[in-house]
Design a protein around this ligand. Structure first.
Ligand code: MG
Length: 383
């Protein structure tokens, strides 16, 4: 019997790569359901090709454009939660940003196995997710390339031998810019990533280094390590993805060409490695591999993420949500690149700190607070 896959976020870059893997392994994998935010033309193509039983679209107003006659079309976050509770083998959560949170929680509550590409779920509700995973850590397999790397490395070492874990960062397109020049960056420059082809939000987060900040938080909850033991290393070639430093000062690194199909296939095949149509790493053809410390003065978003981890759970939610709102304002050309961390920091300073958050309603309340606070801040700035 084929393994049934529910894919949330099917029209984004991870969603498309997931469908490539499903096509490549069509003898053992099949699509159960597809959900997306609102790219209906692509969704219609996917429906025709992969013949899902169920469909969900986040944006309700789009349903009449969908060519689907099997059953009713689910809509909104509520629809995704209904889909998640159904009977299938693995859910891939590749939704962009905070809309991925509630489907992740629902999947864990329903005891589903989840391949998680939506790092924002862990950033906003890491403590709650850890609690839901108690006793069954294999229920959640990370799809972020760095975290898949670390997950694989950690299988090979006794936990007491782990000293630090290192997440690599490409450094984004502005790594060599002078600090003063960052102000003038236009949205189209920030949305062009040097090594990875990804969606808008994560591409911009990579340019500000907020993506790495979110990944440090993701690693903290995923692997239950103290933030001080999670380091970031800029590595523009994106060949090393994760490194563990061991008690005897030796290192183990995970290397692969930057291709999301590798961590996706690993997650879909329950942590097994099968042959894949992806490029090989060739040391002979590679000119150099280079490494740098991240510049947190030039890219303060990474520093904000470490500070948020040190202050408490509420700061992680506000960091994530404020970043989503201001990033959107930057993409729309309303603010400049250096305003992004500045406004996020302001929201962090103005919220009421709570150190441990154990229920999802409090997470959503803080999320809504941060949307309103940041939107007001932007409105006052633009006046
Ligand atoms: Mg990543």
């Amino acid at each position: 019997m084929k393994k049934k896959i529910l894919l949330l976020g099917s029209t984004g870059s991870i969603g498309k790569a997931t469908l490539e893997i499903i096509e490549h392994e069509k003898d053992s994998l099949e699509i159960f359901g597809l959900a997306c935010k609102g790219s209906i033309d692509l969704l219609n193509e996917q429906i025709q090709k992969f013949k899902p039983k169920y469909i969900c679209v986040y944006d309700k107003s789009q349903t009449d454009k969908i060519n689907f006659d099997k059953t009713k079309i689910f809509t909104g976050i509520a629809g995704m939660k209904e889909l998640v509770a159904m009977d299938y083998a693995i859910v891939v959560n590749a939704l962009p940003g905070s809309i991925g949170l509630e489907p992740t929680i629902e999947a864990l509550k329903c005891q589903k196995t989840i391949a998680l590409a939506n790092k924002e779920s862990l950033v906003m509700a890491g403590r709650i997710i850890r609690k839901l995973l108690k006793g069954n850590p294999n229920q959640l397999i990370p799809v972020d390339s760095e975290h898949s790397a670390l997950h694989q490395l950690l299988q090979a070492i006794p936990r007491k031998e782990l000293k630090t874990m290192i997440i690599t960062a490409s450094g984004g397109p502005f790594r060599n810019h002078k600090k003063d020049d960052l102000k003038k960056i236009r949205p189209e420059e920030a949305l062009n990533h040097p090594t990875w082809k990804m969606g808008q939000k994560i591409t911009l987060d990579s340019a500000t280094l907020m993506n790495k900040g979110l990944e440090v938080i993701e690693a903290r909850w995923l692997f239950d390590v103290e933030p001080s033991r999670i380091k970031v290393l800029v590595h523009p070639e994106s060949i090393l993805h994760g490194i563990v430093e061991l008690t005897d000062n030796s290192l183990m690194a995970y290397m692969a060409c930057p291709d999301m199909k590798i961590p996706i296939a690993y997650a879909l095949n329950a942590s097994q490695r099968l042959p894949l149509p992806v490029n090989r790493v060739s040391f002979e053809e590679m000119a150099t591999l280079s490494f740098f410390a991240p510049d947190m003065d030039k890219f303060p978003s990474l520093r904000l993420a470490y500070n948020a981890l040190a202050s408490g759970d509420s700061a992680l939610i506000v960091l994530n949500t404020a970043n989503e709102v201001v990033s959107e304002a930057f993409i729309q050309g309303k603010i400049c690149f250096t305003d992004i961390p500045r406004i996020v920091e302001d929201a962090l300073e103005h919220h009421t700190m709570q150190s441990e958050i154990e229920d999802i309603d409090t997470v959503l309340e803080l999320h809504n607070w941060a949307i309103i606070y940041t939107a007001n801040k932007l409105r006052n700035l633009l006046r």
